[in-house]
Design a protein around this ligand. Structure first.
Ligand code: ADP
Length: 425
């Protein structure tokens, strides 16, 4: 299949020149042809003559193949190429060889060259496809680009082909770099999570020893040593206990998404009921009224969903004002997402702190004002984001807060939501 390189052929005297002179069939000015080559050739590229280029050509006309190759050679490329005429051959070639670029005629008898873009997508290959064709009209040319072709070059404007190839190669290089960076970022995030998990898990045992024996010292020797010793031992106990809480919270944060539960259909009403049951003592103690709208079924890890609602409802009660606490849990459909809200009539939050409070161990109050370590909202954020949603707060000091989070809706979930709302309405 692989064609020999035709370095020696003399373009100027080829009888194929008559083909170049033939005008394209349509008079429509395809504007893509007029696009300037946005990044001019680098001097390095120009100086580098005979840059090898692995090309797959989708073309049934040998003369057109030769013309495209000639245009590339003229501009410093040394194409190594294969020619295919059918989708089956195309698939087999891309599976077995690595190409830098595909030059595809728009319509080859039996299949549409643009399908090469779809085949590459199915095969998971990122190879730029440049459509090289007779005039097709503006609309179809734009359609090719929309469907994923890198560029569109008319056969009677072939001198533009090398610039188009260079641009496609540059863009591909950028995409590769981006993919590498993203993979590296994902890997280092995984490492960090692993580290946080291992550290918080393994720190628990030695910390338990420190806390236990410091408490033992406090019990046994309180009042038996000098006044400073009592104070110092108390500091050690207090510090160890606080560190234990922090480590446990960090472990809880690290565990989000690591428990290996398969997400499944969860009725949010039941999840909220569980959260309320877990908060029963404080709800009764404070006389809190919790109003829950009719909630849908979503795909989630159930314990995580309970924790999400529990943290938000728990905060709504913890950060209450002097008024009797009232918490409303509601939902509405927004495009492809459910938008949940948990609204309270508590102390509120200044807008400049609206982002900060979702950070790990970030809080706006001292421990004595309000207990807690500042991990609750960080856990909420992690749960929501791992499920493809977003969480934020809308609030003003003294005017209560509304925490909102989105959750992607599956098609079948949407159908039952619509059905439930239609039958109610
Ligand atoms: P914690 O409750 O342990 O402080 P969170 O991460 O749950 O940790 O909350 C972080 C901070 O966000 C809280 O310390 C508080 O200042 C603020 N906050 C959270 N929820 C509310 C709320 N419903 N009303 C007012 N402030 C809130």
């Amino acid at each position: 299949m692989r064609m020999p390189s035709l370095e020696g052929s003399d373009p100027e005297h080829s009888n194929l020149n008559s083909h170049i002179a033939e005008p394209a069939a349509s008079g429509s000015g395809i504007f893509i042809e007029c696009l300037p080559d946005v990044a001019p050739h680098s001097t390095k590229e120009k100086a580098c003559s005979n840059r090898k280029l692995h090309v797959l050509i989708v073309e049934d006309n040998d003369s057109d193949v030769e013309l495209a190759l000639r245009s590339l050679r003229r501009d410093g490329f040394a194409p190594e190429y294969d020619v295919v005429k059918t989708a089956a051959d195309f698939t087999s070639q891309v599976r077995n060889h690595s190409y830098e670029v595909v030059l595809a005629d728009y319509s080859v008898p039996g299949w549409n060259g643009m399908e090469s873009v779809q085949i590459l997508r199915q095969e998971g290959l990122d190879i730029p496809v440049i459509v090289v064709s007779g005039a097709l009209g503006d609309l179809r040319a734009v359609e090719c680009i929309k469907q994923g072709a890198a560029d569109y070059v008319l056969k009677d404007h072939l001198p533009r082909l090398p610039a188009s190839v260079r641009r496609a190669l540059r863009e591909k290089k950028l995409r590769d770099e981006l993919r590498r960076d993203q993979a590296e970022l994902a890997r280092s995030n995984r490492d960090l999570e692993q580290f946080a998990y291992a550290a918080s898990h393994d720190l628990q045992e030695p910390l338990r020893m420190v806390a236990t024996y410091a408490q033992l010292l406090e019990e046994r020797y309180q009042g038996k040593l000098d006044e400073n010793s009592d104070k110092y031992i108390h500091y050690v106990v207090d510090g160890a206990l606080r560190m234990q809480t922090l480590v446990q919270d960090l472990l809880a944060f690290s565990r989000v998404g690591r428990m290996g539960h398969e997400p499944k259909a969860v009725d949010c009403k039941l999840a909220v009921q569980s959260a309320i049951a877990n908060l029963q003592a404080v709800i009764q103690e404070t006389g809190t009224r919790v109003i829950v709208q009719n909630l849908p079924t979503i795909t989630a890890d159930r314990p995580e969903l309970v924790q999400l609602f529990q943290n938000l409802i728990g905060n709504a009660i913890k950060f209450r004002s002097t008024a009797t606490p009232e918490v409303r849990v509601a939902v509405e459909l927004q495009g492809a997402n459910y938008a949940f809200s948990v609204t309270d009539n508590g102390i509120g939050i200044a807008p400049e702190h609206a982002e900060l409070i979702f950070g790990i161990f970030k809080r706006l109050h001292t421990h004595t004002e309000y207990p807690g370590s500042g991990i609750g909202l960080a856990i909420c954020k992690k749960i929501v984001e791992q499920n493809g949603g977003r969480i934020w707060v809308e609030s003003q000091p003294g005017q209560g807060s509304t925490f909102r989070f989105t959750w992607p809706v599956k098609k079948e979930e949407r159908r039952s939501y619509d059905h439930a709302h239609q039958s109610r309405g």
